[in-house]
Design a protein around this ligand. Structure first.
Ligand code: FAD
Length: 403
């Protein structure tokens, strides 16, 4: 059995963020990743100021900005008639929160974290699948086929299907019956189409939505098409297939239909989240990222929350060598914040996907919204709380942490 201060299971964005944050505090960290190589599948990610604030703290923001795009607006449109419903001015957002809203290729964010981990001396190990966990005197053990790794703490960043989560809950991923298609193409492939080259645009419609934004300094263009699968609702095993993609967007506006042929059609992502659980710590084993709080992606906060988890845990670890106290402080603040995000993302998705009268009513409300009103994002984009007392109310008049 080998031993370090911290064993991190999973080398996705969450695992690497934790490894980096803790090694910056002087701890010896080892990451165990089951894949043969570190990497990320997928296309773009939106990262809000509550994340770029932390990346700046770690000295990574300049690199992230140089690899990504600082979009000018988030524009919300109706997917059926293409009309603008509301917008967020992202220059204003940067002034208000002090840090930018960035869109970036997943592999660029992951690559930046990986390089920073290497430079910080993190021991990065691939081709290791962790199959179990044990508590040990003064620490915990991650068990895998080739052996056992002892740490004073084990951080499980093993994603939606986390093995470690079974220590805390017998819950299962919850299917939303929605599926996402992605596609990132060189920008010249959308030249001539009616797209916004400098904005994040979200078309919302009945049981579907469509997202577009530039990547890599505008050299690439990213699209995400999301819809409810009739086959999933009918209980069929093969759901989310390309024929369903075409049918779901048949009645959408010309701008959306023009983007669809550019989607990758050989793979798709079924959308799952999990019901929130309010403790992520078992002895010296702690969950982080999607293992702890996989959301539906409608608030674009999944990877962001994973990076916030890493920052909160490491800030407490830096102030104390007492891991039981560190994990208790982490567990006191993060589950409630992430519960709010996971449940709000579900509600936000329902609002996006309304049909009939509800769609018309929603559109009226969104068109009437003051575009400088930040009521609904202050609780997300502001500084990440280190303690329950610092957690902001969700909306004016709302409480702080209520369990
Ligand atoms: P994962 O990325 O799942 O990483 C888990 C890692 O652990 C993997 O590398 C895996 O190989 C490894 N692993 C698993 N099991 C084991 C094991 N037993 N042993 C060893 N290794 C193991 N978030 C945002 O913040 N902004 C967005 O704009 C955004 N858009 C999204 C769009 C879509 C369509 C989707 C599906 C998600 C989106 N998200 C977004 C969410 C975000 O992608 C995830 O929340 C985030 O990537 C989770 O990172 P993670 O490291 O916790 O988990």
């Amino acid at each position: 059995m080998t031993s370090v201060d911290v064993v991190v299971v999973g080398g996705g964005i969450g695992g690497l963020a934790n490894a980096l944050a803790l090694s910056r505090k002087g701890l010896r960290v080892r990451v165990l990743e089951r894949a043969r190589e570190f990497g990320e599948v997928g296309a773009g990610l939106q990262i809000a100021p509550n994340c770029t604030r932390i990346l700046d703290h770690w000295g990574l923001l300049d690199e992230i900005v140089s690899l990504g795009v600082l979009p000018e607006h988030i524009v919300m449109k109706d997917a059926l008639d293409g009309s603008v419903l509301t917008r967020l001015d992202l220059h204003d957002v940067e002034r208000r929160y002090g840090f930018p809203y960035v869109v970036i290729h997943r592999s660029d964010l992951h690559g930046t974290l990986l390089r920073a981990c290497r430079e910080a001396g993190v021991d990065l190990v691939t081709s290791v699948t962790v199959t179990g966990y044990e508590q040990a005197a003064g620490g915990a053990v991650a068990v895998h086929e080739g052996g056992r790794e002892l740490g004073r703490v084990v951080i499980a960043a093993d994603g939606l299907h986390s093995v470690a989560r079974r220590l805390l809950s017998d819950d299962e991923p919850v299917s939303s019956a929605y599926v996402a298609y992605r596609g990132a193409v060189p920008f010249h492939e959308v030249r001539g189409l009616d797209v916004h080259p400098k904005d994040v645009v979200v078309y919302i419609g009945p049981r579907c939505h469509f997202v577009q934004y530039p990547l890599r300094q505008g050299e690439m263009f990213n699209q995400v098409a999301v819809f409810e699968s009739p086959k999933a609702l009918a209980g069929e095993a093969e759901w989310g297939t390309p024929d369903e993609l075409d049918a779901a967007f048949e009645h959408t506006c010309a701008q959306v239909r023009a983007g669809l042929p550019l989607m990758w059609r050989d793979r798709w992502w079924r959308m799952f989240d999990r019901d929130p659980i309010m403790s992520w710590v078992s002895g010296r084993i702690a969950l982080t990222g999607d293992a702890a709080h996989p959301p539906l992606q409608y608030l674009a906060q999944g990877a962001v929350m994973a990076i916030e988890d890493a920052w909160v845990l490491s800030e407490h670890a830096g102030a104390s060598g007492d891991w039981d106290a560190v994990l208790a402080a982490y567990d006191a603040v993060r589950p409630e914040h992430c519960r709010r995000v996971v449940t709000t993302a579900r509600a936000w998705g329902n609002l996006w996907h309304h049909d009939g009268d509800k769609r018309l009513w929603r559109n009226d409300v969104l068109r009437g919204r003051d575009v400088h009103d930040y009521t609904y994002v202050d609780w997300l984009f502001g500084p990440t709380a280190l303690t329950p007392e610092q957690e902001p109310p969700m909306f004016p008049g709302g409480g702080a942490i209520v369990s």
